[in-house]
Design a protein around this ligand. Structure first.
Ligand code: KIV
Length: 270
């Protein structure tokens, strides 16, 4: 398993790979593929729990999903997302909440959607031994403030703010930075400026690594953002397998003899 310091200090040219997972079997498949990091994203809210944003996701849900991923993964570094309002309101609670993801769930690090309000918190967490991955650009927990899941950093002022915040979070001790849905030339400048790796999603090829939601990557989602490439058709495979199952049951072909067992002494029990 790569450690956070190995991720932070990685100098080779091979891009860092990260995918989300929310349960043990998916984590095991993702882990077997050799990804560097698994993100237990609060995207679990939209992707797995049927919400239309990440806002309803609770810390208890993140602890539960993160524990499952930790049980399924052997090698990848597991990063747990900190859900909406679990940091920011109260300093002590913010630290306790992040701590639960390591103490109870077994995550190796937390990811925090970042802003001015998370610079000092990042420094405190790192000092206490909680590695922090920062997240700038499109931060979905701000969806109501942003007016949608829209592109970020598209004006010189907005781009400069992202670059400044990225530098501040590096100084505060973050070991990596997710950049979401920002122009590729901004991501390239942030990547060039920072010593810590940038992990892009919808941020172009210049980042030091890439992350995708696993359901999007394998073709299980019924909708994907415009920057997603789909590398399989798991939805199609599931639909076809489920259709086959329903047909087999309806036609009386399943279960067959080989799926059943018979006990002679149970003949004539009445
Ligand atoms: O919650 C999530 O899955 C994320 C990634 C999309 C970066 O934050």
């Amino acid at each position: 398993m790569p450690t956070v310091t190995e991720i932070r200090d990685r100098t080779d040219d091979t891009p860092i790979t990260m995918l989300t997972a929310y349960d043990a079997p998916t984590a095991s498949i993702v882990d077997d593929s050799g990804v560097d990091m698994i993100l237990v994203g609060d995207s679990v809210g939209n992707v797995m729990l049927g919400h239309d944003s990440t806002l309803p996701v609770t810390l208890d849900q993140m602890v539960s999903h993160t524990s499952a991923v930790v049980r399924g993964a052997e090698d990848a570094l597991v990063v747990a997302d900190v859900p909406f309002l679990s940091v920011g309101a109260d300093e002590g609670d913010s630290i306790e909440n992040c701590g639960r993801l390591l103490k109870e769930a077994g995550a190796d690090a937390v990811k925090i959607e970042s802003g001015d309000h998370t610079v000092k918190l990042t420094e405190q967490l790192v000092q206490l031994g909680i590695p922090v991955m920062a997240h700038l650009g499109l931060t979905p927990q701000q969806v109501n403030q942003l007016g949608g899941h829209t592109r970020q950093g598209t004006t010189p002022e907005a781009a400069r703010e992202i670059l400044d915040l990225a530098t501040e979070h590096q100084r505060a001790g973050a070991f990596a930075l997710v950049l979401e849905h920002v122009p590729s030339n901004l991501a390239a400048q942030v990547t060039e400026t920072l010593d810590i790796p940038t992990i892009g999603i919808g941020a172009g090829p210049a980042c030091d690594g890439q992350v995708l939601v696993v359901n999007d990557a394998v073709g299980l989602s019924d909708w994907t953002p415009p920057f997603v490439e789909t590398f399989g058709d798991v939805r199609g495979e599931m639909e076809s397998a489920i259709d086959d199952y329903v047909t087999a049951v309806e036609d009386g072909e399943y279960p067959a003899e080989e799926h059943s067992h018979h006990e002679d002494e149970l003949e004539d029990i009445y």
